[in-house]
Design a protein around this ligand. Sequence first.
Ligand code: MG
Length: 222
Amino acid sequence: MPQQSTIDWNSIDTVLLDMDGTLLDLNFDNYFWMTHLPKRYCDIHGGDRDQVRMQLYEKIMSEKGNQRWYDLTYWSNHLEVDINALKCEIQHLIQPLPYTQKFIQFAQEAGKKLYIVTNAHIDGVEIKMGQVDLARHFERIVVAFEYDEPKESDAFWPLLQQDLGYDPRRTLFADDNTAVLAAAERAGIAEVIGMRCPDSKGTRNELTGHKAVDNLGFLVPQ
Ligand SMILES: [Mg+2]
């Protein structure tokens, strides 16, 4: 049974939330990169679909954790396809994860300051926020590209803190990426929460070594 996570909400006034795999279903992104992009790449450039899928997978994975991994302009140029247009073809798959709205409503009513903090490219953020009605609940959406450092980097966190002016000792951060969770812990964020079920159609990540929940609903006091 997934456990309710106990958070002392009186000691938290800022909530920083990752977008893909935390607020939104990572199924969209996984489906896009693993299935839709290889299919449409073959439509556009030709080639054997299985071979193309493997080649694209290798190319994409070789940039994992780097700024380039998140840079849609880079991938559009490098692969000679319009990534944004292809994403829009399957935008109906952009969905909040279970209990995202419930958590946001709780945090807002409790007077917390809410921010989205994402490594995603601004174009991807715009496509997603155009599809789900979430942006209005947040003070701001911070895109890591603004600082030229991804969230995995120790250099990212002082820049974010300077920019938003939060007290890390009174801040909660949730994300589905273990390298990012570790960086947030090193930066002294009081409550760092991992997301075990980022993709509604994918496998569960145990995230041992981090405080973790299945979805944001488990952070809402009962
Ligand atoms: Mg994520």
